[in-house]
Unconditional design. Structure first.
Length: 96
């Protein structure tokens, strides 16, 4: 579980990032989760965009993708999700 200070730090680090995944009308599937896990292992901090044609509640989508990818939900702002998971091999981010 991340503290408020750690979340603020991660939000500042994620500000310049572009979303690398998009969730559309197909929703969340196993392939997407596998790719998100691999990206988190490589980068530790990623953004995921929820497209307009996804009619599920964005809060539910954010919680589900964080839970299934075993990551921390840093922020949900608009239709953009910020996820963090500490990498076991490629540790780059040092949390305060």
């Amino acid at each position: 579980m991340l503290t408020g200070k750690q979340k603020r730090y991660l939000r500042s680090q994620a500000h310049h990032l572009k979303p690398i995944f998009q969730i559309g009308k197909a929703g969340i599937n196993d392939n997407l989760i596998i790719q998100v896990k691999e990206a988190l292992e490589k980068r530790e901090l990623i953004k995921v965009s929820i497209l307009q044609n996804n009619f599920e509640d964005k809060n539910d989508v954010a919680r589900e993708i964080a839970q299934k990818s075993e990551s921390e939900l840093v922020q949900l702002i608009g239709h953009t999700i910020v996820l963090y998971k500490e990498s076991s091999e490629n540790k780059q981010i040092e949390l305060p």
